[in-house]
Design a protein around this ligand. Structure first.
Ligand SMILES: Nc1nc2c(ncn2[C@@H]2O[C@H](COP(=O)(O)OP(=O)(O)OP(=O)(O)O)[C@@H](O)[C@H]2O)c(=O)[nH]1
Ligand SMILES: [Mg+2]
Length: 305
């Protein structure tokens, strides 16, 4: 029996696209709830993952990367990222060790004082597995001269270095109080959205250039079958006719591979057999449709892109 009082709080992960926010969230939760790719702007919405540490419950908010928005979707993503930070008890700014104080990081630093108010912000220098340790001290110093971080951590979200120290520190920061989610819940995203994200990850990994940014995936139908399996129908919206052909691939080869990979991952997550059916739809204006944004869990931002 542990008599320590329970604690719970929200931890927002912010940073440039590709900093490793989703990788860290998955590591903290101990399961893949947020999709990860080597490409920028993978995460589109705020995703919450729940991690337990003794009597403490840490609710990690994964956010889309902070970057200079151009399109309507970009603006909605950046707004979701800052909004996630505003909701949190403590914020972790992640930067990439090998990229250091990039222009994008400088832009975030310039916004931090206004955006954060009194919220504590820790710095996590990620991907330390990619660099020699000598340079990290200078980077730590420069970053802390630019903003008064509550603490600095050097981590590898992928390999786990430094992640326990970060978690312990976060536990110390969150207030005493009852848990906000059931102990066994790991995410607060509906299963149909997690499944759509898994398919979008597989598409993003297989498609090149701009195409991943011009498609979205929605779960249309989720049917529990009497034999214990699930039938899942998903729609892939693309903006152009030509893109449909690319997503399908020669003889349907690309979509078949995507479907197999996504199905395997969804199956592992739900722990029962899954039948996945993918359909590609050309919808030239999907990036301007309000409904698409609500399906992604984003606010539709008015104004011209
Ligand atoms: N070498 C190394 N790679 C990492 C580490 N953490 C994350 N990565 C890789 O960095 C890439 C981006 O990781 P994500 O977790 O998707 O980054 P993100 O910050 O969520 O990116 P967006 O969702 O686009 O904002 C992936 O290829 C990861 O495997 C790390 O500690 N070391
Ligand atoms: Mg991400």
């Amino acid at each position: 029996m542990n008599d320590a009082p329970t604690k719970a709080g929200f931890v927002a992960l912010i940073g440039e696209p590709n900093a490793g926010k989703s990788t860290l969230l998955n590591r903290m939760v101990g399961a893949k709830v947020s999709i990860v790719t080597h490409k920028v702007q993978t995460t589109r919405a705020r995703i919450r993952g729940v991690a337990m540490d003794g009597q403490a419950q840490l609710i990690f908010i994964d956010t889309p990367g902070l970057f200079k928005p151009r399109r309507r979707l970009d603006r909605a993503m950046v707004a979701a990222a800052w909004g996630g930070a505003a909701d949190a008890d403590v914020v972790v700014l992640m930067i990439e060790a090998h990229r250091g104080m990039s222009e994008g990081v400088k832009a975030i630093l310039a916004n931090l004082p206004d955006r954060m108010g009194k919220t504590k912000v820790a710095l996590a220098i990620n991907k330390i597995d990619k660099v020699k340790s000598e340079g990290l001290l200078a980077l730590t110093r420069d970053m802390n001269e630019a903003f008064a971080f509550a603490e600095t951590f050097m981590i590898s979200a992928e390999r786990g270095h430094g992640c326990d120290a970060l978690r312990k520190w976060l536990v110390d920061q969150v207030p005493e109080g009852p848990w906000l989610y059931p102990e066994d819940q790991i995410a607060d995203l509906p299963m149909r959205m997690i499944a759509a994200e898994m398919t979008r990850e597989k598409l993003t990994l297989r498609l090149h250039q701009e195409l991943p940014y011009e498609l979205t995936v929605e779960t249309e139908n989720w049917e529990e079958r009497p034999d214990g399996s699930a039938r899942i129908d998903q729609l892939i919206y693309v903006a152009r006719d030509g893109h449909k052909g690319i997503v399908l691939g020669k003889g349907g080869e690309t979509i078949k591979q995507v479907s197999q990979a996504a199905r395997a991952e969804i199956m592992e997550f739900v722990g029962r057999p899954v039948h996945l059916f993918l359909q590609v739809k050309v919808r030239p204006n999907w990036l301007e449709e309000k409904e698409r944004y609500s399906e992604m869990g984003l606010d539709f931002k008015d104004g011209n892109a």
